[in-house]
Design a protein around this ligand. Structure first.
Ligand code: GUN
Length: 297
């Protein structure tokens, strides 16, 4: 179908661009961008995500360090972060979430040096994003969604500016940073959440819909307006073991001008943007001009 936004192939293009920029960075500096990922506990989904991040980082020519702790205290994790903050080979630090019960995720995130916080979750980076200051880090999933939206609009000869954009979900990881990014594009932004009334009507009036609720099929196909662009951030497993998004795909795809599938939509973009943020951090650490995230890469 011509209106499918193929995140998998777009992410592959971004990763190729990152590989080329990494080669040029390494030739100029003799260094490799370095990414450290900490994983605590035994969450099986987290283990899968971390292996994927490690594999992609190595493929891009990065140094990848994965610190696996089956069981540790918060104080030990904070000490580990302190060591990575001081480590000149490491430009990006990510602590995989969720952390086990009893950890304060906020305290752990705040311990990461903001200039190595490639997840963009530190309050210094979220503050910069909401103030429109562009020398911080933008969280990877919303950054990937923005790239898909920019590309899709460019391919139609259309603009994001002035569009009615609806974001369903108000998390710190996706909903709130996505709202800041779309405001930065001069869209008119609505954030909906579990207490929102008349969501179906708001959705029907929206030209851009970003669904980040974490509930299979929460957004019904007939809520999508004719020609709207739908970015489905959800990754939900059905009872039968199938991966599905937050949007009822079959009903939405016949109305939308563009829609991301699950899997193969937003997911691959998230890792690509993690590599991108790490590459930016490596450039900043050497006071080199930052590369551009080209729309046609
Ligand atoms: N767990 C699920 N998504 C993410 C993410 O983007 N970053 C981190 N650190 N943990 C996650």
């Amino acid at each position: 179908m011509g209106n499918i936004i193929d995140g998998k192939s777009i992410a592959a293009g971004v990763v190729l661009h990152i590989c080329n920029e990494t080669r040029s960075f390494s030739e100029r500096t003799g260094l490799r961008p370095g990414l450290a990922v900490c994983i605590v506990g035994d969450n099986p989904a987290s283990a899968v995500y971390v292996r994927a991040k490690e594999k992609r980082a190595l493929e891009a020519g990065f140094t990848s360090r994965v610190i696996r702790k089956a069981d540790c205290t918060q104080a030990e994790l904070l000490e580990q972060i302190d060591a990575l903050n001081e480590d000149s080979e490491i430009h990006g630090i990510l602590v995989q979430l969720p952390l086990p019960a009893g950890f304060s995720e906020r305290a752990v995130i705040e311990r990461i040096a903001p200039h190595k916080d490639v997840d963009g979750f530190h309050t210094e980076n979220s503050g910069k994003l909401s103030c429109g200051i562009d020398d911080g880090f933008v969280p990877c999933t919303p950054l990937g969604c923005l790239h898909l939206l920019r590309r899709h609009h460019a391919s139609l000869g259309a603009k994001i500016e002035g569009k009615n954009a609806l974001i369903i979900g108000r998390s710190n990881i996706v909903g709130k940073p996505m709202a800041s990014l779309l405001l930065g594009e001069n869209a008119t932004v609505t954030i909906a959440h579990s207490r929102t009334r008349d969501l179906a009507d708001i959705c029907r009036a929206s030209e851009i819909v970003v669904a980040a609720v974490g509930r299979a099929g929460y957004v019904k196909g007939d809520w999508i307006g004719e020609g709207a662009v739908v970015i489905d951030v959800g990754i939900n497993r059905t009872a039968a073991g199938r991966l599905v998004g937050d949007v009822e795909f079959s009903g939405a795809v016949i109305r939308a001008s563009g829609i991301t599938p699950v899997p193969g939509g937003v997911g691959p973009m998230t890792i690509a943007m993690l590599l991108w943020n790490t590459l930016l951090s490596a450039h900043r650490s050497c006071s080199l001009a930052e590369p551009d995230l080209l729309l046609d890469c």
